[in-house]
Design a binder for this molecule. Structure first.
Ligand code: FES
Length: 167
C-alpha cells in the first residue's frame, strides 16, 4: 500500500483573530495529521525553526489518495482543512493546499529557488520555504526571494466534501 506523508497546520480562531488584528507575523505549527483547533500561544512554533518530520501514514487512512496527477482529500477525514487558514502539505504528491476564507488553493511544494519540496511553514497568509527563506502568497506569487518565480498552482474542485486537486 502506498504511503502518503503530510504536514498540516491551523491557528485557533482566537489566536488567528489576535494575529490578524495585531498584524504580527503569524506562526504556524507543523504536525503529522492533526490540526490545532485550540492551541495556546505556547503551542505556536517559530516559523524559522526547521519543521518536524511527521510519521508516514498509510494511503487512504488519512483521507488522502494520490493517483497520477490527481490528489483527492476527504474533508470529512481531514476536517481541520475546513477551517480558514488551515493548510496541508502532501509530501508524496509535492502539493500544498490552503483554505483561504473557505476556498482552496493548491500549489506545487517544489520551491522555485532550488527545489526544496517539504520544508514549508505557513502563517500571515504566506508560505515560507525554510531552506533559504523564500516567501509566497496563497496564490504562489513570490513575496520575498531568493526565489524569483511563482509556485505553480493547480486547479481544485470540491464535491461532496471531496477536494480534488488536478496537477
Ligand atoms: S529552495 Fe526554497 S528558498 Fe531556496
Amino acid at each position: 500500500m502506498e504511503k502518503f506523508e503530510t504536514k498540516s497546520g491551523n491557528l485557533s480562531s482566537s489566536r488567528r483573530e489576535f494575529l490578524e488584528k495585531s498584524g504580527s507575523i503569524a506562526v504556524m505549527s507543523l504536525f503529522g495529521l492533526g490540526f490545532f483547533t485550540a492551541c495556546s500561544s505556547s503551542d505556536d512554533m517559530d516559523p524559522q525553526q526547521p519543521p518536524q518530520t511527521p510519521p508516514p501514514t498509510s494511503g487512504g487512512s488519512n483521507g488522502i489518495t494520490v493517483s497520477g496527477n490527481t490528489v483527492r482529500i476527504d474533508l470529512d477525514v481531514q476536517t481541520g482543512l475546513k477551517t480558514s487558514g488551515a493548510w496541508l502539505l502532501v509530501v508524496d504528491a509535492q502539493t500544498l493546499v490552503v483554505n483561504v476564507n473557505g476556498s482552496y488553493n493548491a500549489l506545487t511544494s517544489v520551491c522555485t529557488h532550488t527545489g526544496c519540496d517539504r520544508n514549508w511553514t505557513f502563517g500571515s497568509n504566506k508560505f515560507v520555504c525554510s531552506c533559504h527563506g523564500s516567501e509566497f502568497d496563497t496564490n504562489g506569487n513570490v513575496l520575498k526571494g531568493p526565489a524569483n518565480q511563482p509556485l505553480r498552482s493547480f486547479s481544485t474542485s470540491l464535491n461532496n466534501n471531496i477536494l480534488t486537486i488536478t496537477k
